[in-house]
Ligand binder design. Structure first.
Ligand SMILES: [Zn+2]
Ligand SMILES: [Zn+2]
Length: 149
């Protein structure tokens, strides 16, 4: 595993060992600009820990709070940097449609630039495509019986 993660560019960004400017960093996540922005503002929020894809997230407190935190960070950044935007999108590409095998939340403040880019961020239904962050949260929300209350 060590070999895999040391080659992962997002792991390197998370450790702040690249020239990528971090818009946010804490002990769970970092945020930075997408290198190929598809919208007026296009940020990525990634976990510091190497989690390959949404398929590696499960219905448990740890994963649920991680994704909620990623979404919170993304929303805070976009509302602050693109307050005039009328539409925001927050979501993940599901394999095999993901480009990098390190979980990353796409945070988009629309409009898309160019407009056809929106095709890349359409949900293709249960087979994959783009999944909205809210939808993913529903899928991994711990069941009441699993809560430690
Ligand atoms: Zn990684
Ligand atoms: Zn992606």
């Amino acid at each position: 595993m060590a070999g895999v993660t040391s080659q992962c560019v997002f792991c390197q960004i998370a450790r702040n060992s690249t020239t990528t400017t971090l818009l946010h960093s804490d002990n769970m996540v970092v945020a930075f600009q997408d290198i190929k922005p598809a919208a007026f503002r296009h940020y990525l929020v990634i976990p510091v820990e190497h989690i390959p894809t949404v398929k590696d997230l499960h219905r448990k407190d740890e994963d649920y709070s991680l994704v909620s935190h990623m979404l919170n960070v993304g929303q805070t950044l976009l509302y602050q940097d693109a307050p005039q935007s009328k539409h925001y999108r927050f979501g993940f590409h599901q394999p095999p449609f993901n480009s990098v095998d390190h979980l990353h939340l796409h945070c988009l403040a629309l409009p898309f630039t160019p407009r056809w880019k929106c095709l890349k961020y359409l949900s293709l239904g249960p087979l994959g495509g783009f999944i909205e962050a809210e939808k993913l949260l529903e899928k991994i929300k711990p069941l009441p019986s699993n809560l430690n209350v």
